[in-house]
Design a protein around this ligand. Structure first.
Ligand code: HEC
Ligand code: HEC
Ligand code: HEC
Ligand code: HEC
Ligand code: HEC
Ligand code: HEC
Ligand code: HEC
Ligand code: HEC
Ligand code: HEC
Ligand code: HEC
Ligand code: HEC
Length: 278
């Protein structure tokens, strides 16, 4: 540390002397952007490698003058960047940590507001569909720009039949409590929490056993269909007036009475079965 400072000071004094000489002899005016690299190796290399659109300007477009003639040749971003909401955010260099590599961006873990200058749909979803995610910062999840974490970084799957990629079948990151799913969602995913219904249906001999959960419980979690949605008014009104619920004769959808393989009750009304739940 001490030694480095000493070398640095000596270099500084030496350069100071050289630059004073340039200056004294009126050469400062001739210090051009191609001279910088002679003493500053890092910045030209950084701009070369990751300068993005800062490649299109010269060192001196930003750094006007040089010590000792001009004491401060560090520009402020707002000299050049104006006129967009994003340019009103505070502390440009907290995210754009190095102006010579402007798109190498690092985030602190507690950011939300600055993201909103460019991204609005996500905050709308988070606020309009309150969940525990609504209270998190954007960068709690997005610690690196343009990247999204797997849900399983923070949560366990509901069962070992689920992988990280499956979460999106039912959840959206910014509104995780609004559970919706496509019609081709496999019953095995529901089985994680509804093993009873799953097993009952699987073991049933009736034709419903060949249907998936999502065929009947369509799209939105907790949607429960009516038998009539698919079957219409199957039987004469007279019978239905006497036995108003389909389940009075057929039992429940997951475990329909199966008269064809069991002893058939034929035309007479079968024994009324109390509707089972769960
Ligand atoms: C002859 C060597 C030399 C040349 C050529 C040179 N510099 Fe420097 N520069 C220095 C030294 C020495 C310092 C002071 C370093 C310190 O204080 O740590 C410095 C400091 C700087 C600083 C920091 C100023 C501050 O306030 O912290 C900037 C910016 C800078 N130079 C840009 C440039 C640019 C742009 C060019 C080309 C136009 C250039 N330099 C050419 C030697 C040079
Ligand atoms: C887009 C404007 C911009 C361009 C172009 C630019 N710089 Fe800088 N440079 C800055 C800013 C802003 C800082 C101050 C960074 C800080 O405060 O952390 C800086 C800092 C420096 C420093 C001080 C040490 C450091 O890295 O913080 C040096 C030396 C330097 N620049 C040299 C150069 C050279 C040489 C070039 C050309 C190859 C160049 N810069 C091009 C904006 C620029
Ligand atoms: C919270 C972090 C953050 C802060 C603070 C921040 N930026 Fe940005 N900035 C970004 C991100 C992220 C991008 C998008 C980069 C991308 O497209 O991958 C960006 C892009 C940019 C761009 C290029 C896109 C455009 O809109 O032109 C410029 C220029 C820019 N920022 C300038 C600034 C300035 C000037 C400030 C300070 C007033 C600033 N930024 C403050 C994160 C930030
Ligand atoms: C200056 C504007 C700007 C700012 C500020 C900004 N972003 Fe971005 N962001 C972009 C751009 C541009 C893209 C690329 C969009 C695309 O590919 O459609 C992007 C992409 C993303 C993506 C990936 C999108 C995808 O489709 O995979 C995420 C996640 C993201 N940003 C999160 C954030 C977070 C979190 C913040 C705040 C910490 C933030 N951004 C701040 C401009 C910005
Ligand atoms: C609980 C973690 C979490 C939080 C908090 C979060 N996101 Fe996301 N975000 C994700 C995940 C996971 C994805 C990927 C979704 C996908 O691939 O379907 C994502 C996707 C994105 C995308 C890509 C486009 C899209 O909508 O799918 C953007 C942009 C984005 N988030 C911005 C933000 C912003 C801005 C905030 C804060 C207002 C935020 N996120 C808060 C986890 C989160
Ligand atoms: C960076 C960590 C993180 C990531 C990534 C993440 N979550 Fe969360 N999630 C949380 C935290 C923290 C909570 C609140 C837990 C608590 O308080 O018990 C939460 C809560 C939830 C809740 C319950 C919400 C409520 O209000 O009860 C659901 C559902 C959820 N997450 C689903 C997901 C899904 C799906 C993904 C992927 C798209 C995901 N999470 C990604 C951190 C995360
Ligand atoms: C088949 C649909 C489905 C899939 C796939 C799914 N979830 Fe869920 N998840 C739900 C339902 C439904 C709830 C809400 C249960 C309730 O209302 O309490 C839930 C609740 C949650 C919760 C809140 C806490 C809890 O356990 O009740 C978290 C966290 C969660 N899911 C994470 C995940 C993750 C991580 C994945 C991927 C590995 C995933 N989910 C895949 C349907 C699904
Ligand atoms: C993470 C666990 C979880 C997953 C996965 C899950 N559910 Fe649920 N489900 C629940 C909970 C918790 C309830 C509420 C139970 C209660 O109120 O007694 C529920 C209730 C239901 C109800 C009953 C609604 C009512 O009015 O009684 C139906 C129907 C249902 N889920 C269907 C499904 C289907 C179909 C799937 C697969 C696409 C699924 N669930 C996936 C946890 C889950
Ligand atoms: C989403 C549509 C749907 C719903 C809701 C539905 N079913 Fe079905 N049901 C079917 C289909 C498809 C079949 C098989 C038809 C075939 O293969 O001929 C079927 C078959 C049946 C059969 C004949 C069973 C057999 O094994 O021969 C009965 C009885 C029946 N349903 C009664 C009901 C009752 C009672 C309800 C309400 C508790 C109900 N269904 C709800 C679609 C549905
Ligand atoms: C043929 C259509 C159909 C299929 C397939 C089906 N259900 Fe149902 N489910 C219903 C109907 C109708 C009800 C209302 C109760 C009744 O009348 O049987 C119901 C009730 C429920 C309930 C609430 C009452 C209870 O029994 O707990 C849950 C939870 C449920 N179903 C989950 C599932 C799951 C999980 C699957 C897949 C393994 C599934 N269902 C397959 C039609 C179906
Ligand atoms: C009074 C008892 C009773 C009631 C109530 C009842 N059913 Fe039936 N259902 C039967 C009998 C008996 C059969 C004939 C069984 C057979 O032919 O194997 C039958 C057959 C069916 C079939 C299969 C027909 C086929 O073509 O294979 C469907 C579907 C059905 N009923 C739906 C319903 C629906 C939906 C309701 C409620 C709106 C309902 N049933 C109410 C007794 C009843």
């Amino acid at each position: 540390m001490k030694r480095n400072e000493c070398i640095r000071m000596m270099l500084f004094l030496l350069t100071y002397a050289i630059l004073s000489l340039y200056s004294a002899s009126g050469w400062t005016a001739e210090l051009s952007s191609s001279d910088c690299v002679k003493c500053h190796a890092a910045q030209p290399a950084q701009i070369d490698a990751q300068g993005a659109r800062h490649k299109t300007i010269t060192c001196q477009d930003c750094h006007a003058g040089h010590r000792p003639a001009s004491k401060n040749n560090i520009p402020v971003c707002s000299q050049y960047h104006q006129g967009k909401p994003h340019f009103e955010t505070k502390g440009c260099l907290t995210c754009h940590t190095n102006p010579h590599t402007p798109l190498v961006i690092t985030f602190s873990s507690t950011l939300t507001e600055p993201c909103l200058t460019c991204h609005t749909p996500q905050i709308k979803q988070l606020r309009e569909n309150k969940s525990k995610h609504s209270a998190l910062y954007c960068t709690t999840c997005h610690s690196v720009h343009r990247q999204a974490p797997e849900c399983t970084k923070c949560h366990k799957p509901h069962s070992s039949d689920m992988a990280a990629a499956d979460c999106k079948k039912c959840h959206k990151a910014h509104m995780p409590k609004v559970v919706t799913y496509a019609s081709d969602t496999g019953s095995i995913y529901c089985a994680a929490c509804h093993s009873k219904a799953y097993n009952l249906l699987k073991e049933s001999k009736a034709k419903h056993a060949s249907l998936t959960c999502a065929t009947c419980h369509q799209e939105k979690h907790k949607m429960v269909p009516k038998c009539q949605d698919c079957h219409g008014e199957k039987h004469p009104a007279g019978i239905m007036a006497k036995f108003p619920r389909c389940g009075d004769c057929h039992n429940i959808a997951h475990d329909l009475n199966n008269w064809k393989t069991a002893s058939a009750p034929a035309a007479q009304a079968p024994k009324v079965t109390k509707k089972k739940r769960k």
